[in-house]
Design a protein around this ligand. Structure first.
Ligand SMILES: Cc1cc2nc3c(=O)[nH]c(=O)nc-3n(C[C@H](O)[C@H](O)[C@H](O)COP(=O)(O)OP(=O)(O)OC[C@H]3O[C@@H](n4cnc5c(N)ncnc54)[C@H](O)[C@@H]3O)c2cc1C
Length: 405
């Protein structure tokens, strides 16, 4: 393709799409509504340590490592102690099922060995109960997925979440190939180091960034990559692709509040990645991340990020900062059996944080019409929320343009 390709949105999707387009020899400009790159990803450096406003890490893959190498941003792996993950059942446990429940779950899975995969339009709860039973669903599956997808287990689509949904070819993505690093990684100065690194690399490769702009003059057949949230993409596509626009505007978005709290070094702590809270355990938080255990250099103070909201608690977004002070103090006291005064609390409210991965979304994506050939879409509503998957999708759409006449 010889003309200039417009990438709309300079979040992680837009930056990585622009990166792959440049790698494939295309000319690119990036148009961004705000005055900065990164979209949801933003790292604040405070006197107590780092605050991540969205992603705190990314699953490592060969493509991520190649990008980080190119843009000159190092990646660090999680600390050894940060590999332990907990689910609360009476207390934080690495294995929240008792021997009897484990035996029952194992027996049930063996019985369903030939039909373990989620069925089309099967909810998470239905799938979990069918193949693993009630305890495995309530104390493993629901909290684990609640921590990532923040959805209603009775409405979450198991096939969509486990990558088994039959999506049309124009929404294709690839499975990330393993890199040299394992598990979750992040730049030492936080996730924004990567998005800032991508911006600098793209600018040095001749990419023009147009900030504070949400509409640009684009010819009817000019190539364009729409790298926005579902609802913003729906607005963008209203004229060019009304059927897609209608489908995307119906995607439900979930509200999330993340609160990063800092404490003195002698505050109560647990070594691990974090802990998830099943619904019946009496916590309002969906989970907590133990930031200092996950990556080196997150201090100097002890730091935790508490995650609230999602489909089953949308009203939390209305709580004032003082309420979060009290709420976290109470939840920590139950969790650790000890009260600590926080040094500082950073409350980050996102009314439309992530798409709800419901059965309706699975239905909508399964039937999504293909956009006109000059338009591609990249975003976290197309099958996976995580950044590693956004990279794969960005690589696929860059290939689409390279192969277009
Ligand atoms: C609290 C939280 C924690 C998370 N944790 C993780 C994690 O640990 N690991 C992980 O892999 N993922 C995580 N995620 C998911 C991940 O952060 C997101 O899926 C990803 O950042 C989305 O990037 P994006 O570029 O698709 O969208 P966005 O980040 O929303 O970027 C879209 C961009 O488009 C711009 N824009 C909007 N409208 C227009 C317009 N009309 N014209 C031009 N520009 C426009 C916006 O200003 C924005 O910059 C988390 C998400 C949240 C909310």
């Amino acid at each position: 393709m010889t003309g200039i390709i417009t990438v709309v949105g300079a979040g992680f999707s837009g930056l990585t799409t622009a990166y792959f387009l440049i790698k494939r020899g295309c000319k690119v400009r990036v148009v961004e509504k705000s005055s900065r790159v990164g979209g949801l990803i933003e790292t604040i450096q405070t006197e107590y340590g780092m605050v991540e406003k969205a992603a705190n890490g990314i699953l490592s893959s060969a493509k991520l490592e190649a990008i980080a190498d190119d843009v000159g941003v190092p990646l660090i792996t999680t600390r050894h102690e940060g590999r332990k993950r907990f689910i609360y059942r009476g207390k934080p446990r690495q294995l929240p099922l008792n021997m009897f429940e484990m035996f029952k779950t194992g027996a049930r899975m063996a019985t369903h060995a030939t039909s373990l995969s989620p069925r089309p339009f099967e909810s998470n709860s239905e799938w979990g109960k069918r193949v693993g039973g009630g305890a495995a669903t309530d104390y493993l599956l629901a909290p684990a997925l609640g921590g990532i997808y923040a959805g209603d287990p009775d409405r979450l689509s198991a096939s969509l979440i486990f990558g088994k949904a039959t999506l049309p070819d124009h929404l294709r993505s690839n499975k990330p190939e393993k890199g040299k690093l394992h598990g979750t990684v992040a730049p030492p100065k936080g996730m924004q180091q990567l998005t800032d690194g991508l911006r600098a690399w793209l600018e040095s490769a001749g990419v023009d960034f147009v900030f504070n702009t949400d509409s640009v003059d684009i010819g009817a057949n000019d190539p364009i990559a729409i790298c926005l949230s579902a609802n913003a993409a729906a607005d963008y596509l209203r004229e060019a692709a009304p059927a897609i626009s209608d489908a995307l505007s119906a995607i439900e978005m979930l509200a999330l509040v993340t609160v990063t709290a800092f404490y003195r070094e002698d505050a109560a702590t647990l070594n691990g990645f974090g802990c998830l809270f099943p619904r019946d355990q009496g916590f309002r938080a969906r989970g907590v991340l133990f930031n200092n255990s996950i990556f080196e250099g997150r201090g100097p103070a002890h730091s935790e990020t508490w995650i609230f909201g999602g489909a089953l608690d949308p009203d939390i977004i209305e709580l004032g900062d003082d309420h979060f002070h009290e709420l976290i103090a109470a939840e920590r006291e139950r969790f650790y059996g000890k009260r600590d005064e926080s040094l500082a609390l950073y409350v980050n409210r996102r009314p439309s944080a992530i798409p709800h991965y419901t059965i309706e979304l699975e239905r909508s994506l399964t039937n999504l019409p293909a956009p006109p050939p000059n338009i591609v879409v990249v975003g976290n509503y197309l099958g996976r929320i995580g950044l590693a998957k956004l990279i794969e999708r960005a690589a696929v759409v860059a290939e689409h343009f390279r192969n277009s006449p």
